[in-house]
Ligand binder design. Structure first.
Ligand code: FES
Length: 148
């Protein structure tokens, strides 16, 4: 058994330590809000927070995450209130197909924690997630709205 700390809860998972964290989240813990895109750390669809840092969960193992605080999109809202990034995503109609958006939202939430009012340049540097629908303009607008 591997003990993980996910979304504020301690969870025991029957998963091999060298399993990519993404697979453990989705297959073992049923947290399917985190998406599989490329599997090689390029697209960002699988982004979660590990100790507050945006992390591509396909590219770290379960062993890497033991003893750390993992937060997935399912744990971003608190006390039934959407995170301001989630709300901005709704207000600005950001998602199209939506597949990449949980990873995008997690990356943005981490950015705003570090940089509360990012410039366009800082947004472009920090948010390297790929959206095949091309929602980047709405993403940028929603980030500015969420940073006010
Ligand atoms: Fe992890 Fe693409 S699935 S970066």
């Amino acid at each position: 058994m591997t003990v993980l700390f996910v979304n504020g809860k301690t969870i025991e998972a029957d998963v091999e330590p060298d399993t990519p964290l993404l697979w453990a989240l989705r297959e073992n813990l049923g947290l399917t809000g985190t998406k599989y895109g490329c599997g090689v750390g390029q697209c960002g669809a699988c982004t979660v927070h590990i100790d507050g840092q945006p992390t591509r969960s396909c590219s770290v193992t379960v062993a890497d995450a033991v003893g750390k605080k993992i937060r997935t999109i399912e744990g971003l809202a608190e006390n039934g209130v959407l995170h301001r990034v989630q709300q901005a995503w709704i207000d600005f109609d950001v998602p199209q197909c939506g597949y990449c958006q949980s990873g995008m939202i997690m990356a943005v939430a981490a950015l705003l924690k570090e940089t509360p009012q990012p410039t366009d340049k800082e947004i472009d540097a920090a948010i390297t997630n790929i959206c095949r629908c091309g929602t980047f303009q709405q993403v940028r607008e929603a980030i500015h709205a969420a940073s006010k």
